[in-house]
Design a protein around this ligand. Structure first.
Ligand SMILES: [Zn+2]
Length: 271
């Protein structure tokens, strides 16, 4: 059985700035953009492999990790990045409710792409009970901490509508750049980190494009606070378990897979 780790020592290394400091709790998704509920959480390995005997970890108020210091949590994510991410998801929720009948399903949402990208990557860093030491952790940290980097070097951020109540966070897995058959798989493997919660999913990867998804970093201007209207296709809805599961895919787990989480609003027994 695989047990999930949501916290480290009270004083430990911050997942973002790498300083030894008092660690604070970070919610994924960030508070303010959605209603926090009680959740049942299982490891990504259990979620992917199934099995009869399942173990869950419960949390009263959403998925959260004690993994980052106060200054990264409040000074960086809380005060600068999360407001942009939460406004973005709130705007999409409103549009999903009011404009689902648009013939083409294309909407454009105004946001600050540079700050949105930093929020996504910042929470991918914080959403781990371990201090990550992969090549991608280093790249993620460098990007989140350096204001002169408007978009993450060598990385793309793909996004799509995710109309499901589960929360999934998967870090640093290998998947074929092209889904399909073995012939497609032979065209190469990319490294993917995935964060999905209602109403949107994000993938950060070193591949140039992926399965026709919209891509965020192309909208990053020359300033962090630049605004842009980014394109969202409301009709491009994938399965809840996409992209990690599918006959047209293989998933190669690295060290990060053990920290991945799948969470659902807690089911109440009827009586
Ligand atoms: Zn920190």
């Amino acid at each position: 059985m695989h047990y999930l780790k949501f916290k480290r020592e009270k004083i430990d290394r911050c997942n973002i700035c790498s300083q030894i400091a008092q660690l604070t709790w970070d919610h994924v998704p960030p508070q303010g953009g959605y209603k926090v509920t009680e959740v049942e959480q299982e490891s990504i390995i259990q979620y992917l492999t199934g099995g009869a005997k399942k173990s869950y970890t419960f949390s009263q108020n959403g998925v959260k990790y004690r993994s980052i210091c106060g200054s990264c949590n409040n000074g960086l994510l809380g005060s600068r990045f999360d407001t942009v991410l939460n406004e973005f998801t709130t705007d999409i929720m409103l549009m999903v409710k009011t404009s689902i009948q648009l013939p083409k399903g294309i909407i454009r949402v105004k946001t600050r792409p540079g700050l949105l990208a930093k929020a996504v990557i910042g929470h991918m860093l914080s959403a781990s009970g371990e201090y990550g030491e992969s090549k991608f952790d280093d790249r993620f940290r460098k990007y989140v901490l350096d204001d002169s980097l408007i978009s993450p070097e060598g990385l793309r951020i793909f996004y799509w509508i995710y109309p499901y109540s589960s929360i999934k966070i998967i870090r640093d897995v290998g998947m074929p750049k092209y889904r399909g058959s073995w012939e497609d798989f032979k065209r190469g493997i990319g490294i993917f980190s995935i964060m999905k919660y209602f109403p949107i999913g994000f993938i950060v990867s070193d591949v140039e494009k992926y399965e026709g998804l919209e891509e965020l970093t192309q909208y990053c201007g020359s300033n962090l606070s630049d605004e842009a209207f980014i394109r969202i296709n409301l009709h491009d809805v994938r399965e809840e378990y996409w992209p990690e599961v599918g006959d047209d895919n293989i998933l190669l787990g690295g060290n990060g897979l053990g920290n991945g989480v799948s969470a659902l609003p807690r089911r109440r027994k009827k009586n």
